[in-house]
Design a protein around this ligand. Structure first.
Ligand code: F6R
Length: 363
């Protein structure tokens, strides 16, 4: 049931404030304590996390790598499952393997899990389906609580994965003593504000629809981001190509001059994901390089960023201010809406894009 929305994808995008609230309630109590399963992850004994996933779920892992490393000083490897399983990687002692999958049935991710189980690793997973194969074969199975996701393009599962992963990184920081109790309490207060900020961002949908009408005319689109916004650039590009069939690529902003800048001309829109954070000025200088080559910049930032760097951009989408650590979750929303409205403008089958299946159970 689409509950009055034109597409399941639109409904699932709109559900995000509510389902993220559910994820938060699952892992945090009213006193702001973090609850992970008791049999679960003892971050005092984990020296490395090896995260494995496919597609959008792998971008959630890439964001989480920044969080675990920065907040908890815990080293993380991220692999896409189809490469990982055939590479048969060696592990250092005290590595926990963490598999992230909306469906919990993705064939390559499941095969990677079985490889790690054979190697004797602790197996943890984050899925949206508690009775799925990946959840059942895990030592520690964590749910994301996103509710059933029907649109083939993953939206609410992605932001719920990110929310759960952020809480796990905070727990790791707490146990490892890399953040003070006060710092953790601050992060938790900010996390509770996320549903409201996402709601405010959803109200920009009409504005994003206007921008998308222009985007629908493009043949190629680039997405740029730095730090934890780099995986969001990858996710924005994947979402766009998946449902609008426009060729899109995501790059780390700093990689631009190592090749992709050759693609820029006045016909190539470049979506720049740039919240004001310590890397903002660096991203903006990459944006200037695009503008100098007449690229059409769509700048997604906050009010302070719009003021500092909005000039020259063809379009500026101004999001609410958010603490830098949580920006990857909020910036997923405009990326989803851009893809959605562009696909609608092009008249593609948004919920059932050609050649794609919701659950990839064959390799
Ligand atoms: C993109 C998308 C896919 C999935 C990937 C993994 O919108 O939906 O890239 O993220 O197929 O699926 P799960 O998470 O079910 O393992």
């Amino acid at each position: 049931d689409k509950a009055g929305y034109k597409h399941f994808m639109a409904k699932e995008i709109a559900e995000q404030p509510a389902v993220i609230g559910t994820t938060l309630d699952r892992y945090l109590d009213a006193e702001g304590r973090i609850h992970l399963p008791a049999n679960g992850l003892d971050f005092a004994r984990i020296d490395r996390i090896s995260m494995v996933a496919c597609g959008t779920a792998s971008y959630a892992c890439q964001v989480a790598k920044y969080w675990f490393e920065q907040l908890a000083r815990l080293p993380v490897d991220v692999d896409i499952a189809s490469e990982f399983r055939y590479r048969e990687p060696p592990f250092v002692a005290n590595t926990t393997a963490l598999f992230v999958s909306q469906s919990g049935e993705t064939a390559d991710t499941l095969a990677a899990l079985r490889y790690c189980a054979e190697q004797g690793l602790q197996i943890a997973s984050l899925t949206n389906v508690p009775e799925s194969s990946i959840a059942r074969e895990s030592d520690v199975a964590l749910p994301i609580e996103a509710g059933v996701e029907i649109g083939v393009a993953s939206t609410k599962a992605f932001t719920c994965q990110l929310t759960a992963l952020f809480i796990m990184a905070l727990k790791a920081a707490q146990v490892r003593g890399t953040l003070t109790p006060a710092q953790i309490a601050d992060h938790l207060v900010q996390l509770r504000q996320l549903p409201g900020l996402i709601n405010a961002t959803l109200s920009l949908s009409d504005r994003i629809e206007d921008v998308s009408r222009k985007l629908a005319e493009a043949r190629d689109v680039l997405f740029l981001g730095r730090g934890a916004l780099y995986p969001l650039a990858l996710e924005g590009a994947l979402k766009l190509k998946e449902i609008s069939y426009i060729h899109a690529e995501g790059y780390a902003s700093g990689e631009l001059k190592h090749g992709p800048i050759a693609l820029i001309d006045r016909k190539v829109p470049v979506v720049v994901l740039a919240p004001t954070d310590p890397l903002f000025d660096k991203t903006v200088s990459n944006m200037q390089e695009v503008l100098a080559r007449e690229g059409k910049v769509i700048l997604i930032t906050d009010a302070a960023g719009a003021k500092r760097a909005g000039e020259g951009a063809a379009h500026v989408i101004t999001l609410p201010e958010i603490p830098p650590a949580l920006a990857p979750i909020l910036y997923a929303i405009p990326a989803q809406l851009l893809a959605y409205h562009t696909a609608v403008a092009k008249g593609t089958d948004v919920d059932q894009p050609r050649n794609l299946a919701k659950s990839v159970t064959v390799e």
